[in-house]
Design a protein around this ligand. Structure first.
Ligand code: NAD
Length: 491
């Protein structure tokens, strides 16, 4: 297990948050320890913000929006700043990947992929903001009616810990491209790269108060931010219960929200599929980021005629999976924190107790530090559709296999959870590809492939408990703005 920049990066650093163009501590001076999931050891600290810090950041974002120059800047100039940020992310790619990897425990390889995806968001939105426009509307004789897309104002982004670099970039890219100002609260378990990106945004030349990052606990800083009267719109990625709390808080001020609340995404494998091509994708879709991915393909529905063959192919791969420290770059890292490990272990134990057959387990590398929160991947076969692991988001390296007989059964099973984020369909039959893709309730459907988290150009978001609103692609620019209608009476 070789030493790398990611083993020692940020050692002992007391990070500051970025508010109104300045690095600042929390007003109380209270701090949160930053722990590396790979060994469970504290290596840095971040400010623990409370209501007063949130108020300071929200007011800074308000001033930056109301007083300019940001909201009066032509869209192409805002885009150039986003493009510059993309270049600064590229110039600092090694540091950002190492920081993300040590902060979250994810393999360095994944940290690098996250940096590349973050760059794509800043690049995409850097070129998109000046290409979105309103309409002219045929109206009454003597009138001209038109629409403008206007920013909401101050956007609050509350982020999860699984992909901080990527999710910050998708939120910030779209919000800033449309001329909003931003207050972001990353998760208390993974705030470091958000702070670094806010620092790089200042270096790029974003005016003070446009790109603020505050750190702190959800129940304090997060709750205060979602209820703050100066916040005009809230975007959240995380768990459904927290999404409910944030929507209730935003409702106090009747503010709009975008909610990305996870999934229980199915991949349907028909008997005629290219099975050998599908197998590595089926495994990777749940193992990427240790299964801590909202769009993880955590259920595989297999046509009965090929169930044994597909199950065996997945089991062979699963038994070879190894979890270990982020800098060892194995198949997966540690889970984010002890609470998450307890949650995943609890769900796996409950499934075992219920008699659901375990087809394979991966392993934990023998040299992995004992203080890390590792979990050996688990594959379950013939899972009953009502079981907890069939219905609830595990958010860990746990895969459930199901068998079906007809296309109708497959669709019913795919739609049998309360979630609807992503789905995969594997078949050579073109008509079936279209039929099934249309009938599965999911915000994204991949045919003969799967993109857990990929594709900055592709609109992304959920049906049902997976949330509402759309991120990524051009669609996000609509969520991050509002239509204004102007009517001229010229007689
Ligand atoms: P969470 O949803 O509670 O936290 C996400 C973010 O919300 C963090 O920034 C947190 O500080 C903030 N937050 C928490 N409570 C808040 C509140 N009352 N008001 C405003 N903000 C608040 O996630 P968690 O507790 O870290 O993890 C719990 C479960 O959520 C996980 O086990 C997993 O199943 C799921 N999860 C899903 C995603 C996803 O992308 N779908 C991401 C993270 C976690």
């Amino acid at each position: 297990m070789g030493a790398h920049l990611s083993s020692k990066i940020a050692e002992g650093r007391a990070f500051m948050q970025v508010v109104d163009g300045n690095p600042v501590d929390s007003l109380s001076g209270e701090r949160i320890d930053v722990v590396c999931p790979s060994d469970g050891k504290v290596f840095a600290s971040i400010p623990a913000s409370g209501e007063a810090d949130v108020d300071r950041a929200a007011r800074a974002a308000r001033r930056a929006f109301d007083e300019g120059p940001w909201s009066r800047m032509p869209a192409f100039e805002r885009g150039r700043l986003l493009t510059k940020l993309c270049h600064l992310v590229e110039a600092n790619a090694d540091e950002l990947a190492a920081l993300e990897s040590r902060d979250t425990g994810k393999p360095l390889r994944q940290g690098r992929a996250d940096v590349a995806a973050a760059m794509r968001y800043y690049e995409f939105y850097g070129g998109a903001g000046d290409k979105i426009h309103g309409d002219t509307i045929p109206f009454l004789e003597g009138y001209t009616a038109l629409t403008l897309r206007e920013p909401h104002g101050v956007v609050a982004g509350i982020l999860p810990w699984n992909y901080p670099l990527q999710i910050l970039a998708r939120v910030a890219g779209a919000a800033l491209a449309m001329g909003n100002t931003l207050v972001v609260k990353p998760a208390e378990d993974a705030s470091l790269t958000a702070i670094r990106i806010a620092e790089l945004a200042l270096e790029a030349g974003f005016p003070p108060g446009v790109f603020n990052v505050i750190t702190g606990y959800g129940r304090e800083a997060g709750a205060a931010l979602s209820a703050h009267p100066q916040v005009d719109y809230v975007t959240f990625t995380g768990s459904p219960p927290t999404g409910t709390a944030i929507q209730q808080a935003a409702a106090i001020n009747n503010r709009g929200v975008t909610m990305e609340l996870g999934g229980k995404s199915p991949q349907i494998v028909f008997a005629d599929a290219y099975i050998e091509a599908a197998l590595p994708v089926l495994v990777n879709a749940v193992i990427q980021n240790g299964g801590q991915t909202c769009s993880a393909g955590s259920r595989i529905l297999i046509e009965a005629a090929v169930y044994d063959r597909v199950a065996q192919g997945i089991a062979e791969r699963f038994s070879k999976l190894v979890a270990g420290p982020h800098d060892a770059n194995l198949d997966l890292g540690a889970l984010i924190n002890p609470k998450q490990k307890a949650r995943v272990s609890g769900m796996v134990e409950a499934a075992e107790k219920a008699g659901i057959p375990v087809l394979a387990r991966g392993s934990i590398h023998p040299d992995a530090p004992s203080g890390g929160w590792y979990f050996a991947p688990a594959l379950f076969g013939h899972v009953p559709s009502g079981a907890q692991i069939a219905q609830e988001e595990v958010f860990g390296p746990v895969l459930s296999l199901f068998s079906f007989n007809t296309e109708e059964d497959a669709i019913r099973l795919a739609n049998s959870t309360d979630y609807g984020l992503v789905a995969g369909v594997w078949t050579k039959d073109g008509a079936r590809q279209h039929r099934v893709a249309k009938r599965v309730r999911a915000g994204q459907v991949f045919v003969n492939g799967y993109g857990a988290g990929g594709g900055v150009e592709l609109p992304f978001g959920g049906f049902k408990r997976s949330g509402h609103g759309r991120e990524k692609g051009f669609e996000a620019l609509y969520d991050m703005s509002a239509t204004k209608t102007i009517v001229f009476n010229h007689g």
